[in-house]
Design a protein around this ligand. Sequence first.
Ligand code: GLU
Length: 497
Amino acid sequence: MSDNVRLRFAPSPTGGLHLGGVRTALFSYLFAKHHHGAFVLRIEDTDRNRFVEGAEEYITNSLVWCGIVPDESPEKGGDYGPYRQSERKANYRQYAEQLVENGYAYYAFDTKEDLEKMRADFKSDTNPSPQYDKTTRMSMNNSLTLSAEETTKLLDTNTPHVIRIKVPENESIRFNDMIRGDIANDSNLLDDKVLLKADNMPTYHLAVVIDDYLMKISHVFRGEEWLPSAPIHVLLWKYLGWEDIAPQWAHLPLILKPDGKGKLSKRDGERLGFPVFPLSWDGHEGYKERGFLADAFVNMLAALGWNDGTENEMFSLAELIEKFDSTRINKAGAKFNYEKALWYNAEYVKQKEAAELLPAVQLELKKAGLAKSDEEVLPVLKMVQERITLLPDAVKEMHYFFQQPTDVDEQSIQGKWSDAHATFYAALLDHWGSIDWNKESLETTFKEIAKAQEMKIGAVMLPFRVMLVGGKFGPGVFDIAQFLGFEEVKARVSKYL
Ligand code: GLU
């Protein structure tokens, strides 16, 4: 494949972009970049009723966070702009009229009442929800039933109208899906979809075909929910005379609920306590705010329904581009697994250089009121890095290095406490006042004193940790003690003597 590979991500700004949408963008981007092609962001905003203020900006910001950077977009421009369909309004009508002229579409002047009447008149046991189609169209008020003069007159007097596609009868509409192979649809089951609305705005079906054509889109990756629309698009590509250059479609399998059946929804996230948006949206916490790293999030998404054929699960964005092979996209839906998302994040946190992680960790510490210099934070981060799953965990894992723990698990200290303990720690502090302060000597002397006093190591080690840290967690206790220094260790232990 060549430089002519061009994919678009074409979201409608009707709300926040959820996991599934980001994955569609990612797969489109990976395929485009793998083939040295272009990745285009096109905003499909022709449905003004569903337009949501701020959604486009949200989509752009989400892609930026993920590193899925479009080559052409409303912001960036490009040779095929504008990249917002509302700004391309002037393009569409001529194509719809061309379809009418060639007998593939027609003007329809039906009012809301006409449509309601049709639905009532044609309703039967065998046809519970009648559509505007081969059965009904000839009973309606359109350019197929009106004379040419009547139609012209209605158009000339600006009578509100739409343009509908005239779906053929008894045809098998076929196309080859990159993931699902040969797909055939019975034309008799399709309705005469509106192509151009009364406000002169195209519907999704018309706009998507015209723009994929004008923007020279070679491949379309989109969610499985668009599969029922595909035969209409196939017809339009054919009726407009562009059949030979129609894009190759790939309908991506759904991302499924972790439990039960069906598509993952916003409600599943709320119910099970995980984000479904990359960034916060409309009061819902996003992956970023939850403390995920963008590259871990992207890797997790890529693995939802794709693999490279090996056991390897860890891929940077550059590796994903290199390895992305659309034939390895699963046909079956991918069950979302939040535990796996957490696993990815922990792995990325672990594998990164502490210095690379530092800015994100500093943000978390600042939010928790712990402003420390990079020089102070970096060595601590190195000690606790592998204990962090989500970025806010850094606060729990690091705060006690910089301040006395406030929330101390005193049960664990008092439960085991005896006079012998007090004697042991007093002797320990006494001795530690004059030794070389490094973790090796701390450990050696700790053990020697315990032995001399006939104390079990475990019995004095655990309370010691809790006094320093606040709980039964953290890296090696002598690493912690070394970092804190004698005075601080003494202060924290003395509190309990
Ligand atoms: N605007 C459609 C959406 O919101 C695009 C579907 C397609 O990619 O054709 O997903």
